[in-house]
Ligand binder design. Structure first.
Ligand SMILES: Nc1ncnc2c1ncn2[C@@H]1O[C@H](COP(=O)(O)OP(=O)(O)O)[C@@H](O)[C@H]1O
Ligand SMILES: [Mg+2]
Length: 408
């Protein structure tokens, strides 16, 4: 996984520095390397800590601060400078940019602006061979109810969350009947409605506090409690929630509703990968064909879709070859049928990775997690197999080593 941006900040005004620090500390995309209360010392701090980004507040003394921007620019050309100030004076902004600032943000800082500025800096860094990181967004949709979308979302989420370096959140978009919280045996304090309605006031720390953390490390943002509340989440609000979450997590799993509502469409647009879960029966395959046709209307969406066949091995199913011919696409992944394990997993609210880590179905989920969890879409079978083999197998103890306990 790509790394976070390392930051150093300078602001002689204590309360403003604290506010900025609190905002930054909640962000997973940044690591606060150093803070400094004197302009005079900041160049040394940058020299010693070599941050990716230097944040310089102008307000305490704009002249001194601008001279510092120029100085740091020269002594540390690889450190991108982000200037913050309460001033909207065009001349001052121009001088800051000419002195070498990459970004200029007005205080009080807006979380979204800060995220976007850091992303721009991160992306430039990546383009120049430097640091930066993105979020892999995996939308999980189904060809009909009960095909296994939530089973895939939850188990994929828990597997990815267990991998070192990942921070993973699952959003339950089945606003009426979503049951991701049941799969994870959690009783959440807040829901998507709370987060969406408070999005302008949220920072990263508050966002994380609003989510429920499962023992696997997976964060859950569940559907609203009351049916009446479902209309309170607008596509616009949800887009902003996603923006904040994308900046906070390495992976987002979006368990779509079967209504393909406006919120689901936002999720589909934002997704890196869209897993379309189907089973090998006629109603499902017919819906897959219809969905793929509808997806053609949305730019780039069809190419992100990966067909995942669930419950392979059930009696009297349509053959895989015939299914591929019907939908005109390759099957990306197959998950075996294992009714007994899956019922236990659901009823006990324990994910596969904990309940039956060595079962065939858990291995299949592990392979899927590796095939889509790496960020870059893997298009060929070769890519997928090598990624799956490489990382999922590392999850198992080496031959002869201690075997993981299995509760089967
Ligand atoms: N591979 C599988 N083998 C056996 N049962 C499964 C499998 N995947 C899902 N199930 C079961 O199917 C039911 C519906 O799954 P669910 O994930 O809730 O579907 P959806 O979210 O698409 O409505 C659940 O009882 C689940 O345990
Ligand atoms: Mg579901």
């Amino acid at each position: 996984m790509s790394s976070v941006l390392r930051l150093a900040i300078v602001d002689p005004q204590d309360s403003a520095r604290e506010t900025l620090k609190t905002m930054l500390l909640g962000m997973d995309i940044v690591w606060l390397e150093a803070e400094c209360s004197r302009y005079e010392f900041f160049a040394d701090v940058v020299g010693q800590t070599q941050p990716d980004v230097g944040v310089i507040s102008l307000d305490a003394n704009p002249e001194k601060a601008l001279a510092l921007v120029e100085n740091v620019r020269q002594i540390a050309p690889n450190c991108s400078l982000l200037v913050v100030s309460s001033s909207t004076d065009g001349q001052l902004i121009l001088r800051a940019m000419r002195a070498g600032a990459k970004e200029y943000l007005n205080t009080p800082l807006n979380v979204e602006d800060l995220i976007h500025a850091l992303h721009r800096i991160g992306n430039q860094g990546v383009a120049a061979g430097g640091k930066g990181r993105g979020c892999t967004v995996i939308a999980v949709g189904g060809a009909t109810g009960g095909v296994g979308s939530t089973s895939v979302s939850v188990n994929l989420g828990c597997i990815l969350a267990k991998q070192p370096g990942n921070t993973v959140a699952l959003v339950d978009l089945d606003l009426s009947l979503g049951d991701a919280d049941v799969f994870l045996d959690t009783i959440p304090d807040y829901t998507l409605v709370d987060v969406a309605q408070n999005i302008t006031r949220l920072d990263f720390t508050l966002l994380k506090r609003s989510l429920t953390k499962h023992s696997s490390g997976l964060y859950l943002l569940p559907r609203p409690v009351q049916l009446q509340d479902t209309s309170l989440v607008t596509p616009n609000d949800f887009q902003r929630v996603l923006g904040l979450m994308k900046a906070s997590f390495s992976h987002l799993i979006l368990d779509l509703s079967k209504g393909y509502s406006e919120l689901d469409m936002v999720a589909l647009r934002e997704a890196t990968h869209v897993l379309l879960i189907t089973q090998l029966d006629l109603p499902c395959l017919r819906n897959v064909v219809r969905l793929l046709m509808s997806f053609e209307e949305i730019d780039g969406l069809k190419d992100k879709v990966k067909i995942v066949v669930n419950r392979v091995g059930l009696d009297s199913q349509i053959g895989l070859k015939k299914a591929q011919d019907t939908i005109g696409r390759d099957i990306f992944w197959q998950i075996p049928n294992d009714y007994r394990v899956m019922v236990e997993v659901r009823n006990n609210g324990v994910p596969l990775i904990e309940h039956a880590p060595r079962s065939g179905i858990a291995q299949s989920f592990g392979g899927l997690a590796d095939a889509v969890g790496g960020g870059e879409p893997q298009n060929s079978d070769e890519d997928r197999k090598s990624a799956a083999g490489r990382r999922w197998l590392n999850f198992w103890p080496a031959k002869g080593g201690k075997q993981l306990a299995e509760k089967e």
